[in-house]
Design a protein around this ligand. Structure first.
Ligand code: B16
Ligand code: MG
Length: 212
């Protein structure tokens, strides 16, 4: 086995919440009179909430916004987003992802989450993975977002494993950069895989079983 542990990004890897992020940001952008579309939403992959707001505000041309007002806007978006998350259920975890996670565990690998999201706990509960992972490092325990490696280094630390023994699984280029910056090998899916950002660029989650 090449690795002792696997650290998974959450959104875009274990499950998909992009549409809910899109709908919530769209409503907030409409209220601000800022242009927003799905292409801009794609740029928010793996990006923290406040950094996402800054990207949305590139198309805002109204009155200057104070730091406090920006905080309120981010909170409003999060309230809308969490309402959408209530629609999620165990049906949002695919059989392929569930079966692969179980197989990786059977093979003796430690498994962790390394996500920018502050809603990780709620999402894991909704999809039935609460308590499954050996460690959860998320937007609540970091001060620097991806491509900074902090979220993955904290996950490796929680697992008690050296970064070189961890494989990061990511769908965002910034996340793949974060894994590399932390001294970890990276397997990519989705957008980051298309852009060949990983050491392994996969087309299916289950292919992890071929590379560990
Ligand atoms: P929240 P990941 C990221 O999760 C999302 O990809 C990104 O779109 C979102 O802005 C970020 O979490 C913060 O999410 O507002 O819930 O704290 O891909 O790192 O699992
Ligand atoms: Mg992601």
């Amino acid at each position: 086995m090449k690795f002792k542990a696997v650290i998974f990004d959450l959104d875009g890897v274990i499950c998909f919440t992009d549409e809910y992020h899109y709908l919530a940001w769209k409503q907030v952008a409409d209220e601000l009179g800022a242009y927003f579309d799905r292409d801009i939403n794609n740029r928010l992959r793996g990006v923290s909430r406040m950094d996402s707001l800054d990207i949305i505000l590139e198309n805002y041309h109204g009155e200057p916004l104070s730091a406090e007002r920006k905080q309120d806007i981010a909170e409003r978006k999060n309230g809308l987003y969490r309402e959408y998350l209530k629609k999620m259920s165990t049906a949002d975890l695919s059989d392929e992802v569930r079966d692969t996670l179980i197989r990786l565990r059977e093979l003796g690998l430690k498994l962790a989450i390394g996500s920018s999201s502050k809603n990780t706990k709620l999402i894991l509960e909704r999809i039935g993975l609460s308590g499954f992972f050996d460690a959860v490092s998320d937007g609540n325990n970091i001060s620097r977002s991806k491509p900074d490696p902090e979220v993955f280094l904290k996950a490796a630390d929680m697992l008690g494993e050296a970064p070189a023994d961890c494989l990061v699984v990511e769908d965002a280029v910034s996340g793949a950069q974060a894994g590399h910056a932390g001294g970890m090998q990276v397997a990519c899916l989705g957008d980051a895989s298309e852009k060949k950002a990983g050491d392994y660029n996969l087309s299916a989650f289950s292919q992890l079983l071929d590379i560990i």
